[in-house]
Design a protein around this ligand. Structure first.
Ligand SMILES: [Zn+2]
Length: 375
C-alpha cells in the first residue's frame, strides 16, 4: 500500500495536532514545519505533545513522517548575516527534527540573489558542510528539494543537485525530495516521459538518493519556472501523470506529501482537497467515501459530458487563457476549479452538499476512469 499524506499544522498541540489532522484525511504519512516557516520563533520541542502525537500515529499505522525546513533559510546568500543565520537555524531545526525521531528534513537548497549560479552552488555546499559538521550526533538527513527555477533559486536541474552533493564532504547525509510541480516547471517531462526523467535522475544523482516525493500539480506548463501548486488533476500535470508517479516501481515505496492549495470561493471557506486526493491516488475512494460519493461523481461526469466539457481539456484551456489573455483574465480571473464549481451550483446539481463536498467530487471527476478502475 502506498503512503500518501500532506502538509499538516504543528501549531497549538504540536505533534498531536498534526497527527489528528493527518488522520482526518486518511493519511499514511505527513509533513510538518516545526514552527512558522517565515520566522525563527520556536516553542521548546519538548512541549509539543510528542508522546501523544506518536500514540495517534501508531494507532493509525502512520510510521515515517517528514519535517520541512523554513523558507527563511538561504544557504546560497553572499550576505554573511543571512548565511550565518541559515547555518545556525538549520542546525537547530535538525536538532528539533532529531528529537521528534524524524529522519528527513526537506530543504530548499538556496538562492544566489545578486551573485551567479556557480557562486550559489559553492556557497550552498559550504553551508551544508558547516551545518553537517555541527550535527554529527543526529540521525537526520537533509533532503534537498528539486526546485522550479523561480528567480535565482538553485536545485532547478538534476545537475545542480549533483554538483552540490559532490561538493559536500559528509554527503551520505544528503538525500533528495522530488517535487512533481517543481520538476515539471523546471522543464522535465514527467507527463509523457516519466521513465526517461527518472533514468536521467538516476544517471545524474542516483535514484537511491530520493527519500520523499512532494505531490503537487502545477498551474503552469512544463518549463515555466514558476512554482505555483495546483490541486491534483486541476493543473498541467494532471491526475494520470500524478498517479503514474505514485505507483511507479522506482518510487512507490517512498512517502508522498501533498502541498496542494486549499480550495474555496472565500478565504474563510477554503478547505484542503487532501482527503480526496489521497483516496484517489491511493485507490481507496470506495472505502473512504462510500457508494453515494461514487454515484455523485457519475452524475457529475454525466452533467459535464452533456455540456461537452472534458476535465483535462477544460483545465488546460482555462490555464492557457489565464496565462496568455490578460483582458480575459481581468474580466474573469476564476481558476478552473472555481469555474466548474460555479457551473454545478448554477444548476443546483447537489443542493444538499456544501462547497468542500462538491469540490471533493470535482477532484474525483478529474481522476476520470481511474476512480472506477481502482474501486
Ligand atoms: Zn518545499
Amino acid at each position: 500500500m502506498v503512503r500518501i499524506g500532506s502538509h499538516v499544522s504543528f501549531s497549538d498541540k504540536g505533534l498531536l495536532n498534526a497527527a489528528n489532522e493527518a488522520v482526518s484525511y486518511g493519511s499514511g504519512t505527513f509533513m510538518i514545519y516545526t514552527g512558522a516557516p517565515q520566522n525563527t520563533r520556536r516553542k521548546p520541542i519538548e512541549n509539543q505533545y510528542i508522546e501523544e502525537g506518536k500514540a495517534v500515529m501508531e494507532q493509525h499505522g502512520i510510521g515515517e513522517i517528514i519535517v520541512h525546513a523554513p523558507y527563511i533559510i538561504n544557504l546560497g546568500s553572499y550576505k554573511d548575516d543571512t548565511y550565518e543565520l541559515a547555518v545556525r537555524f538549520l542546525q537547530e531545526e535538525i536538532r528539533r527534527t532529531d528529537y521528534l525521531g524524524v529522519k528527513q528534513i526537506v530543504l530548499h537548497p538556496g538562492a544566489y540573489t545578486d551573485k551567479d549560479a556557480e557562486y550559489g552552488l559553492a556557497r550552498i555546499a559550504q553551508g551544508l558542510n558547516e551545518v553537517l559538521s555541527g550535527v554529527k550526533d543526529t540521525n537526520v538527513n537533509i533532503a534537498l528539494e528539486t526546485m522550479a527555477g523561480k528567480g535565482t533559486e538553485m536545485g532547478r536541474s538534476f545537475e545542480e543537485l549533483a554538483t552540490i552533493i559532490e561538493k559536500v564532504e559528509d554527503n551520505g547525509k544528503l538525500t533528495v525530495c522530488l517535487d512533481t510541480c517543481h520538476v515539471s516547471d523546471a522543464g522535465y517531462d514527467i507527463v509523457n516521459d516519466l521513465d526517461g526523467v527518472l533514468e536521467q535522475f538516476d544517471r545524474t544523482v542516483g535514484l537511491d538518493r530520493i527519500a520523499v516525493v512532494h505531490l503537487n500539480d502545477s498551474k503552469n506548463p512544463k518549463g515555466a519556472s514558476k512554482d505555483r501548486h495546483a490541486p491534483v488533476g486541476a493543473g498541467w500535470i494532471g491526475f494520470q501523470a500524478m498517479h503514474n508517479v505514485v505507483h511507479h516501481e522506482k518510487l512507490k515505496h517512498l512517502p508522498f506529501i501533498l502541498e496542494t492549495p486549499w480550495i474555496g470561493k472565500e478565504d474563510s471557506s477554503q478547505r484542503p482537497m487532501y482527503e480526496a486526493e489521497i483516496a484517489l491516488l491511493g485507490g481507496t475512494v470506495k472505502t473512504r467515501f462510500g457508494d453515494g460519493f461514487l454515484s455523485d461523481v457519475e452524475r457529475l461526469a454525466h452533467f459535464f459530458t452533456k455540456q461537452d466539457i472534458d476535465p483535462r481539456a477544460y483545465v488546460l484551456q482555462t490555464w492557457e487563457v489565464l496565462k496568455t489573455d490578460a483582458k480575459a483574465k481581468k474580466a474573469d480571473g476564476r481558476e478552473p476549479m472555481e469555474r466548474l464549481y460555479d457551473l454545478i451550483v448554477a444548476d443546483s446539481l447537489f443542493p444538499e452538499l456544501n462547497e468542500e463536498q462538491i469540490n471533493h467530487r470535482l477532484t474525483a471527476w478529474f481522476a476520470g476512469e481511474h476512480l472506477f478502475a481502482t474501486v
